[in-house]
Design a protein around this ligand. Structure first.
Ligand SMILES: [Zn+2]
Length: 277
């Protein structure tokens, strides 16, 4: 199958920003930002950005060989783009497939697929405000998923983490727990725990980082990684730690909404993206 067949043209679609949130409010995190721009991208542009997002997060060590990142399709907002089963650092546009709302490939294929594609499908179904999903297994983040120490915002650029990130501890109804989001039912249980926040931890497994754009998801993943390093180092130095306050989280969200910019995305694409070679 050619990439041309997969791209399915460049029909423009309305921004998903017009859709209302359908998920329950999260306990402590700042709500995900509404899209900053109404500019609509083509599927081809989104796929190019998605390839770079894979390369960037792999280059930074946030995505290991088994993580993945996806993006909602502009032309079919119920669908999303995700690579076939391949290490993120090796992804090209030819590897990107289109999946439906149930996490199945739009064009039947015999290539191996990520088992956790349902994680992405469940998020896009539950969160119309989300256009990009990173799922990684960062060892920097994992300690906060297996201890009683909450992942909280300590750095200004991760203020979106708020007062704590929810941890998904598996679905109690799962009769065959495999520590992976390998079905839509597990995905629904996970998104119920996620609520309206931008980040979720999965116990002993990894994290899910959301964005209203690929740039935002990548920027957030980078800043969560930094926040975890700082929080772990602060814990090692001994408390008490001065965390970002709820008022500061709200203030940062207001600033970000009024002046959204992702200079890190532009810089990271230049350094690690396909065109950087
Ligand atoms: Zn995983």
């Amino acid at each position: 199958m050619t990439s041309r067949a997969r791209l399915r043209g460049s029909v423009l679609a309305l921004s998903c920003a017009v859709f209302a949130f359908s998920a329950p409010a999260s306990r402590a995190q700042a709500p995900a930002r509404v899209k900053a721009s109404t500019a609509v991208k083509t599927d081809r542009v989104v796929i190019a950005e998605l390839v770079d997002a894979n390369r960037i997060l792999a280059s930074l060590g946030i995505l290991d060989s088994y993580g993945h990142v996806s993006a909602r399709s502009p032309s079919h907002p119920d669908h999303f783009f995700l690579a076939r089963s391949i290490a993120p650092g090796l992804v090209t546009a030819e590897d990107i497939l289109e999946f439906d709302a149930e996490g199945e490939p739009v064009v039947p294929t015999h290539v191996l697929l990520y088992r956790e594609r349902y994680l992405h499908a469940a998020v896009y179904k539950a969160r119309r405000d989300v256009d990009a999903v990173d799922h990684d297994h960062s060892a920097t983040v994992l300690p906060f998923s297996v201890t009683q120490t909450p992942l909280r915002a300590v750095t200004h650029d991760a203020a979106f983490l708020g007062q704590g990130v929810p941890v998904f501890d598996g679905d109690p109804d799962d009769s065959n727990p495999g520590l992976q989001i390998s079905s839509m039912a597990l995905g629904a249980a996970m998104t119920a725990k996620l609520g309206a926040g931008p980040v979720l931890l999965i116990r002993g497994h990894g994290e899910v980082v959301l964005g209203a754009s690929i740039a935002e998801a990548v920027s957030r993943a980078v800043n969560v990684e930094k926040n975890c390093r700082v929080e772990l180092q602060a814990l090692a130095l001994g408390g008490p730690i001065k965390f970002i306050t709820p008022a500061e989280t709200a203030g940062r969200a207001k600033l970000a909404a009024s002046n959204p910019e992702f200079r890190d995305w532009d810089d990271l694409r230049r350094r690690y993206g396909v065109d950087s070679k």
